[in-house]
Design a protein around this ligand. Structure first.
Ligand SMILES: O=C(O)CCC(=O)C(=O)O
Ligand SMILES: [Fe+2]
Length: 391
């Protein structure tokens, strides 16, 4: 049986993987749902009795975001995505970052392999050159936590306009959105939500490594996540450096991975949403991407597979594919030496590059506290690969 957490939440923001139960013709959850859930059932538009949201304009709304409940694939809100020419602003950046990291700005690496924390920059005030530098800086550091930002207090449209410099927003197929802003992806667990207990009745941990919506033909690149309400302790987000994960492999193993492609599927996430009586906004898709992708600004190669959406290596038999993917997923999950966790505090905006990282929410905070974040998700180029190079 699926954990009660799934059943009591109308929508799951974090991507999930479900397995088809062939006998029943229904979908069963096969992997953990992360802590990132949007709960329509217990709270709509701020009717929470425990602790009001600091940013009620960012609470999930069904009507405002034109969500509809669909029972089959005929009745969807948005048409399929068409290919578009992505422009990589990181390529235009001055690598000495004169507009982003002006004198007095403090940059502290979070770990040796991934992440930086920055004080003294106001993202919303960056000029275009500074925005270009931000794309390159995020690609190099993989994730950057900017503290004391005004993003959450800006009109939502202004925050969206800032992010859309990097590419057209992704509209999530199942997640919640604030009223009138379907292009904002919400991560929300209300203060009166007590379903984590049920979750851990069924699961030993909540870690769900993924890269966002990798099933799309043109998945996101530079991505923004900012905090609205945060628990007193816990609710951190884990990030892993997938370029270092690639570099760690032996030359012979890397050579074998080059040229391989894998199927990434969004079908199960959509089906699971329908099974919960929730929403699907677009006909679900699968896409094939290279297992090693190259970053368009840095030229760096990175592993591009994740346990939430990557299903099968093209051309391999099932057992071969399962075996290799299990190794890669374990490699990503176990390599704490290429990971960092972001501790959210009021005013934090994390900018990360979804092309060269994986991440996971962590469900560990005490019930009775709201956790509420918003994600802006510009879409980028179709993943591509460049040949293996002997180092
Ligand atoms: O809730 C979190 O910490 C992360 C959620 C997430 O995976 C996302 O917004 O892409
Ligand atoms: Fe995510």
């Amino acid at each position: 049986m699926a954990p009660a957490l799934i059943e009591s939440n109308a929508d799951a923001v974090a991507e999930q993987t479900f397995q088809k139960d062939k006998n029943q013709g229904s979908y069963k959850e096969a992997f953990s749902q992360s802590s990132a859930t949007t709960n329509y059932d217990t709270e709509i538009n701020g009717s929470d009795t425990v602790e009001p949201a600091k940013y009620p304009n960012y609470l999930p709304s069904r009507n405002g975001s034109q969500l509809i409940v669909v029972k089959d694939w005929d009745d969807v809100t948005y048409p399929p995505y068409e290919p578009f020419d992505a422009y990589e602003h990181g390529r235009d950046a001055d690598p000495s970052f004169p507009n982003l990291l002006k004198e007095g700005v403090e940059v502290k690496d979070i770990t040796a392999n991934i992440g930086a924390e920055v004080h003294g920059v106001q993202l919303s005030k960056l000029n275009r050159a500074g925005q270009d530098e931000l794309a390159l800086f995020a690609a190099q550091k993989k994730l950057v936590a900017f503290r004391n930002q005004d993003f959450a207090s800006l009109p939502i449209q202004e925050a969206l306009d800032f992010a859309e410099y990097y590419g057209p927003s992704h509209i999530h197929q199942t997640s919640g959105a604030p009223k009138g802003f379907p292009r904002v992806h919400l991560v929300h667990r209300s203060a009166n939500d007590t379903t984590s207990k049920d979750f851990f009745e069924e699961r030993t941990n909540s870690i769900t490594w993924h890269t966002d919506v990798s099933f799309e033909m043109q998945p996101p690149g530079t991505t923004f996540l900012y905090v609205l309400d945060v628990p007193k302790a816990g609710g951190d987000t884990l990030f892993g450096n997938m370029a270092v994960a690639y570099q760690r492999l032996s030359p012979e193993f890397k050579k074998r991975l080059h040229g391989l492609k894998a199927v990434h599927s969004g079908h199960e996430q959509a089906q699971a949403s329908i099974a919960r009586g929730s929403v699907v906004r677009r006909t679900p898709v699968s896409n094939v991407h290279p297992i090693v992708r190259t970053h368009p600004a840095t030229g760096e190669k990175a592993l591009y597979v994740n346990p939430q959406f990557t299903r099968r290596i093209v051309g391999f038999k099932k057992e071969e594919s399962d075996y290799l993917l299990k190794f890669l997923f374990d490699h990503i999950a176990l390599s704490a030496d290429l990971q960092a966790r972001v501790k959210w505090e009021a005013g934090t905006v994390v900018v990360w590059d979804n092309r060269v990282t994986a991440h996971s929410a962590i469900l560990d905070w005490q019930d009775g506290q709201r956790r509420h974040l918003a994600r802006l998700t510009p879409r980028a180029e179709r993943p591509f690969e460049t040949p293996f190079e002997e180092k």
